[in-house]
Design a protein around this ligand. Structure first.
Ligand code: NAD
Length: 250
């Protein structure tokens, strides 16, 4: 996939950590200009342009997209990756928490896509890739709110693909299983015995280990590049076979 993206500009939300950082590194290696939109865009690898941006704040999203266009001349690829977790059943999260997480995980993707759309229309290689999750369809216990947001991301991906097909803008998503990122690291650290918890988590994966952020980035790179020029409205599972085996990451 080397240099498949030269002369193209990619915007990656949540690109300063975990899966997003791996995506930014991968797309940069393929030749793209990289704009990272993140709450904490400090300490990015050399050559990546960071924007302090909260996907919940429309003004900061617009400013970051405008800044990207000013720096690189356009936007060809949007990777809507920023997202947060939420633990609990419907009884555990109140309306305010539902609104907060929904606003980041779902409406955040809408805001960034909306701001980028006029620029994507001018591109000859326009692609949006959304980071969804196996949670969209797995029926995860104690993840009602998080799962609902990712189910919405899946539907949004399909609806946007239909809306923008004739404009040459492809829209797809990736569905990672449990991936080895700082997010999962933070969850492990809360356990009484983080080492044992990590070993148990690895053992619960069908292929005996967590998914790597780089493996997710590989799928995003394919969907973001002209290599997938006839692919839109679909998702790629990067989950070690979890969906195929009808398992869930309980
Ligand atoms: P992470 O916590 O390591 O990184 C998330 C990044 O998003 C951080 O840099 C953070 O600053 C940024 N961010 C958070 N809220 C933001 C906001 N409002 N505006 C802008 N930036 C914001 O997480 P990760 O594990 O890399 O997860 C990235 C995406 O992958 C999320 O959408 C998550 O739902 C999805 N995902 C993760 C896993 C997993 O197991 N790690 C599995 C499936 C899907």
């Amino acid at each position: 996939m080397s240099q498949e993206l030269s002369n193209l500009t990619a915007v990656i939300t949540g690109g300063a950590s975990g899966i997003g950082a791996a995506i930014a590194t991968k797309l940069q290696a393929m030749g793209a200009n990289i704009a990272v939109l993140d709450l904490n865009p400090e300490n990015l690898p050399e050559g990546q342009l960071g924007f302090k941006c909260n996907v919940s704040d429309d003004a900061s999203v617009k400013a970051a997209i405008d800044g990207t266009v000013a720096a690189f001349g356009g936007v060809d690829i949007v990777v809507n990756n920023a997202g947060i977790g939420a633990i609990g059943t419907v009884e555990d999260n109140d309306d305010a928490e539902w609104a907060r997480v929904w606003d980041i995980n779902v409406v955040g993707m809408v805001r960034v896509s909306r701001a980028a759309m006029p620029h994507l229309r001018k591109s000859t290689a326009a692609a949006i890739v959304n980071t969804c999750s196996i949670a969209a369809t797995a029926g995860l216990p104690a993840r009602a709110l998080y799962s609902a947001t990712k189910g919405a991301v899946l539907s949004l991906t399909q609806a946007m693909a239909a809306d923008h097909l004739r404009e040459g803008i492809r829209v797809n998503c990736v569905n990672p299983g449990t991936a080895d990122t700082p997010w999962i690291g933070r969850l492990m650290d809360q356990a009484d015995d983080p080492v044992a918890e990590r070993a148990a988590l690895n053992a619960r994966q069908p292929h005996g280990r967590l998914v790597s952020a780089d493996e997710v980035a590989g799928a995003v790179a394919y969907l973001a590049s002209p290599l997938s020029g006839s692919t839109t409205g679909t998702s790629i599972a990067v989950d070690g076979g979890m969906q195929a085996l009808r398992l869930r990451p309980a």
